[in-house]
Every structure is written in C-alpha cells, then in structure tokens.
Design a protein around this ligand. Structure first.
Ligand SMILES: N[C@@H](CCC(=O)N[C@@H](CS)C(=O)NCC(=O)O)C(=O)O
Length: 131
C-alpha cells in the first residue's frame, strides 16, 4: 500500500482515503449519521464533498504556491469554484441544511483556514472571507 496519510486503523486493519474512512466510520458507529439516509441527499453530499476535494482545493493550493501568470490563473479558478460553493450554501449553515455532514467535513479547510487567504487575495466577488 502507498505511503499516504490519513490511514485509519480499526481492528488492526488499515483504511485509506479520507472519504472512504469517513463513510466507514459512519457505517460502524451509528447514532450521529454523517451521511443522510435518503439516496438523493446522500448523492448530493457525496457530490459536494468531491467538488470541494477535486475542484476547489487544487486551485486554492495553487493560488498560494504558484507565482506569476499561473498564480493569477489559479486565483481566478479558485474564485469561480468558491463562488459556486457560496451560491450552494446561500443562507444554509451546512450543505445538508442544519446538520453537519460529509461535504462540511470536506470543506472545513475552506471554512476555517482560508478566510484570510480569500480576504487577502480578493478571490470572490462580494465575499469578504468571513464565511
Ligand atoms: N485523497 C487522499 C489524499 C491523501 C494525501 O494526499 N495525503 C498526503 C498528505 S496530505 C500524503 O500522504 N502524501 C504523501 C504521498 O503522496 O506520498 C485522501 O483524502 O486521503
């Protein structure tokens, strides 16, 4: 198995890939579900989690690490995908409504760590990075 983190060990067995780990935890420890029960809501939670991971995080990282034209391009891309996220959230507290779920866990990086980055870079039209 490749040398990756995070690795979740349960009963001496390793599980890799954040979303696989989260879904495993959700299946093993019932009581406070992370994924909604309804198949459509579950599909939406998975969609937004993947959207954040695949579409938002790469341009956000690139807007920090790249320089010059490449950085400008990454910042524009990051602004576009973050605006899509913002439109999806609108006035909701969490992606699924009033309860935290998979997409919110995927997006915690954005919610807690990148407000300053967004504010500094002016990535989003009309967003001051407080959200
Ligand atoms: N999609 C994976 C990404 C994991 C990942 O990229 N982990 C990095 C650290 S944040 C890593 O282990 N890198 C070492 C490597 O790729 O060899 C997940 O969400 O678990």
């Amino acid at each position: 198995m490749a040398q990756k983190v995070p690795v979740f060990l349960h009963n001496d067995k390793p599980i890799v890939e954040s979303f696989v780990i989260i879904e495993y935890i959700d299946e093993i420890w019932k009581g406070n579900p992370i994924l909604p029960e309804h198949p459509y809501e579950k599909a939406m939670a998975r969609f937004w989690a993947r959207f954040i991971d695949d579409k938002c995080l790469p341009p956000m990282w690139n807007s920090i690490w790249l320089k010059g034209e490449e950085q400008e391009k990454a910042m524009k891309e990051a602004g576009e995908v973050l605006t899509i996220l913002d439109n999806e959230l609108k006035d909701k507290k969490f992606f699924g409504g009033d309860k935290i779920g998979l997409a919110d866990i995927a997006g915690n990086f954005i919610a807690f760590w990148s407000g300053g980055q967004i504010r500094l870079a002016g990535l989003m039209n009309g967003c001051n990075g407080d959200r």
